[in-house]
Write a protein that binds this ligand. Structure first.
Ligand code: FAD
Length: 418
């Protein structure tokens, strides 16, 4: 089933053109060959060479069309070969892009490279941009973001223990990280390090710095890809053992690592939520389509059964509420209002709604729902993972309550209109 995207009357023409152009490629160039596009990824161990070659060729053709249509790299400014979109434009594009799992990479957005590109654009020196950003944008280099540690709570970034100490003109880094996504392929890592004396003056947020570490630097030891959901992965465990890099590899001023991570994660959470909306949209279409064709007891279609009608109604409400909350949050981001409470709210609400919507779609499809023939099983695992990655639910609940209470303690109440 094609994605039904029509112009939205309340948004400007540019957003509508981007959404319609994106949907056109999704519907005509991606969905009809979706089962062939990822042959190399889904079963690379067994796929014959012709299948791998065909998949590569198909992806190349779609990427060329995306570039010609001017829809390449929505996250990057024009100076770096991107579309130069505003925050809101990009958010609206994501819900269409995410209808087909993996399609974002055909539009030049590949995590974690995309997040690293944005950080390099914002914090990188000219030299860093030339050496690390340019090859990342050209597609001749890969990268990873190395923050979480096995021995400390990732949900509290201030607990990070990886240390970087200055020795002359070099940072010397020692630490143990894991879940560094894309670690096997990466040519360099952006590593979150503690750079000040933990007992020194200043808050704990000002004691961290992000440092670029090329993979070939002596002392970078990739221990393993940590298996995820029972499968091998490229989320790597890494030991940094007396790793020496030039001082000029630090991103931004010393002590700005936490702020840079918040910049990255805050915006990223809104984009991820719009992606989840696009995935829910697909799961919804698949569920409704199946309910209209599958006959069960007594020759009736599933759509006649009230249990299934309940699934349709509940999923509709989950998608609409997720979408409106996320767009409201993106609008705040765009206008410069403080979006932090809303970011935490969508970070909890949307992955949970995504989980429910996909769960119902799987139920309606029965055994086919958990098979590799449909995108639902992978969506289900992705939705569950989202409740942990980028800050677990509990931490965001605490943040929402703190922000609300702070305002009431200051003698104000909450203005839900703003
Ligand atoms: C697939 C995947 C990819 C990832 N990719 C990357 C990456 O590329 N780079 C990177 O640096 N990291 C990455 N991560 C790590 C991710 O950011 C962390 O897993 C996340 O921040 C949570 O940290 P943690 O796993 O240490 O859990 P913990 O911090 O140990 O938390 C565990 C649980 O404790 C509970 N909890 C925590 N704090 C509180 C509290 N204050 N009150 C009540 N309950 C609480 C929550 O239920 C939470 O789920 C990835 C993770 C996954 C699963």
């Amino acid at each position: 089933m094609a994605m039904n995207v029509k112009p939205i009357p309340t948004v400007d023409n540019e957003i509508n053109e981007i959404r319609l152009g994106t949907a056109d490629i999704i519907n005509h160039d991606i969905l009809p060959v979706e089962d062939k596009l990822w042959g190399a990824v889904s079963d690379s161990a067994n796929a014959p060479n012709e299948v791998l070659e065909e998949a590569k060729q198909l992806r190349h053709e779609v990427q060329e069309k995306v570039k010609k249509t001017g829809l390449w790299a929505p996250h990057l400014p024009r100076d770096y070969g991107g579309m130069g979109l505003s925050f809101l434009q990009h958010a609206y594009m994501n819900e269409v892009l995410a209808y087909s799992p993996g399609a974002a990479s055909l539009f030049g957005v590949v995590a974690p490279n995309s997040g690293n590109q944005k950080i390099l654009v914002q914090y990188g020196t000219d030299e860093q941009k030339e050496k690390f950003l340019k090859p990342l944008v050209d597609g001749t280099a890969q990268s990873a973001f190395s923050m979480t540690e096995p021995d400390n709570a990732g949900s509290d970034p201030r607990s990070i223990q990886t240390r970087a100490v200055l020795d002359g003109d070099e940072w010397v880094i020692n630490g143990h990280k894991w879940f560094t996504s894309n670690g096997h392929a990466a040519d360099f890592f952006i590593v979150m390090c503690r750079t000040e004396d933990p007992d020194g003056a200043g808050g704990s947020n000002e004691k961290m710095t992000q440092i670029i570490v090329p993979k070939k630097t002596p002392g970078v030891n990739i221990v393993r890809g940590v298996p995820v959901w029972g499968k091998a992965s490229s989320h790597c465990e890494i030991i940094y053992d007396n790793v020496r890099v030039p001082k000029s590899n630090q991103l931004g001023r010393t002590g700005t690592g936490h702020a840079a991570a918040q910049d990255r994660l805050g915006a990223g959470r809104i984009y991820h939520c719009m992606n989840s909306v696009g995935s829910m949209w697909r799961a919804f279409d698949l569920m409704v389509e199946r309910s209209m064709t599958r006959e069960v007891h007594g020759g009736e279609k599933l759509q006649e059964k009230q249990f299934i009608q309940g699934f349709i109604a509940d999923s509709y409400m989950d998608i609409q509420s997720s979408r409106l909350m996320t767009i409201h949050c993106a609008e705040k981001m765009e206008t410069g209002a403080d979006p932090r409470t809303d970011i935490s709210a969508i970070k909890i609400f949307v992955p949970a709604a995504y989980h429910r919507v996909v769960d119902r779609a799987i139920q309606v499809w029965g055994a086919a729902g958990v098979s590799g023939d449909l995108p639902l099983a992978n969506m289900y695992l992705g939705a569950r993972t989202l409740r942990i990655a980028d800050g677990p639910d509990e931490v965001h609940r605490i943040l929402i309550a703190k922000n609300v209470l702070r305002r009431y303690h200051a003698g104000e109440s909450w203005d839900f209109g703003n």
